[in-house]
Design a protein around this ligand. Structure first.
Ligand SMILES: Nc1ncnc2c1ncn2[C@@H]1O[C@H](COP(=O)(O)OP(=O)(O)OP(=O)(O)O)[C@@H](O)[C@H]1O
Length: 337
């Protein structure tokens, strides 16, 4: 666990970048620091590897104040990924990843073999290994940056806006890979972003900062969406937070009615939905299973030409329907509980 214990950082010139921060980052989990520009996210992150030292207060790793730790040893256990990847431009991709393990005493051969394995883990084909960073796309460079930070197998990873320099489609791919990789590796990760959607998607814990380096709220994404502490947090997580919080609930408890009650639902002989019959022909149908989120079900009901979403079994047979009226009733009842 990483602990911020009443940490203050005042830069020379008097600006308070971090104001009495007390926060715990659980081991093996991703904690995301999010907030508007200049609210002290990067400063807080860099205090974990002592690139910046607190003006007062302590940062502890597993209960030990890092101020007393040897800096080089401390950083060996902490990977660091930054925006634009920060790769060595005159070294090949493979050497970028292999450099740190070599510095740590691995043989060149072993380090290069490990590096190839890491590149594969972050989704880069071996043919990229001999290229130089400038010959890669932004998303590919970012993957190399992640592989390089993982090369020394540090238990802690600091990531400062790692995915912000790429376009939304590439970013969505990197997010999926991040979640898969973190699912396998279970590192203790502190990540900075200014994008609340990214924070909610990737964070187990999200810490929202406000101007002046003050922690506005810390909690799970669900807690932040369902019970924002104040107006600032409510505004920051977005007006559509109610709808977004439906992503965290599955349709498992959603009451459904028999498919036969849906006018215009066309099924094949096996009972699998084919489409909606309306005045102008058969419309494509999208379905959900009980494992899908209430957000998806709501979306399906709203976009369906009949206002009805159809549930299917794992085998694809229609086994229930829910209208948007049913959904509203269910959501209203759920809120009262
Ligand atoms: N080296 C420095 N000297 C003086 N002031 C600094 C220094 N670094 C940062 N600051 C100030 O401290 C405050 C917090 O900066 P920090 O970079 O931690 O914010 P941030 O939330 O990461 O911002 P951004 O999202 O824009 O990167 C800002 O007001 C910034 O101007």
């Amino acid at each position: 666990m990483i602990t911020f214990d009443d940490v203050v950082k005042v830069y020379p010139g008097g600006s308070t970048a971090v104001d009495h921060l007390s926060l715990e980052l659980p081991t093996g989990r991703t904690t995301v620091f999010v907030g508007p520009s200049g609210c002290g996210k990067t400063t807080s992150l860099r205090m974990i590897n002592r690139m910046i030292s607190p003006t007062s207060g302590r940062v502890l790793i597993d209960g030990e104040d890092i101020a007393g730790r040897d800096e080089a040893l401390l950083r060996r256990g902490i990977g660091y990924v930054i925006q634009h990847a920060g790769l060595f431009p005159h070294r090949t991709v493979l050497d970028n990843v292999a450099t740190v393990p070599m510095l740590l005493g691995r043989t060149r051969r072993q380090a290069r073999t490990d590096a190839l394995g890491l590149l594969e883990r972050v989704g880069l084909a071996p043919e990229f290994a001999d290229r130089y960073p400038a010959q890669l796309s932004g998303g590919q460079q970012q993957r190399v940056g992640v592989a390089r930070a993982l090369a020394a197998d540090p238990p802690i990873m600091l990531m400062d806006e790692p995915f912000s320099a790429v376009d939304p489609i590439v970013r969505a791919g990197l997010h999926r890979e991040f979640l898969r990789l973190q699912g396998d590796l279970g590192k203790t990760i502190a990540m900075v972003t200014h994008d609340i959607d990214e924070a909610i998607k990737l964070g187990d814990v999200v810490a929202i900062f406000r101007q002046g380096g003050v922690l506005a709220q810390v909690g799970t994404p669900r807690e932040l969406l369902e019970s924002p502490a104040d107006e600032f947090v409510a505004e920051f997580v977005g007006r559509d937070r109610g709808l977004r919080s439906l992503s965290f609930d599955t349709a498992a408890d959603l009451p459904v009615r028999p498919p036969a009650e849906a006018p215009g639902l066309v099924l094949d002989e096996a009972g699998r939905p084919i489409g909606w019959r309306t005045g102008d022909g058969i419309h494509k149908i999208a379905t959900f299973t009980s494992a899908d989120s209430l957000r998806l079900v709501t979306d399906l009901a709203i976009t369906s030409p009949t206002g009805i979403a159809v549930r299917v079994t794992e085998g694809g047979t229609a086994d229930g329907i829910v209208s948007h009226h049913d959904l509203v009733d269910h959501l209203a009842g759920r809120k009262k509980k």
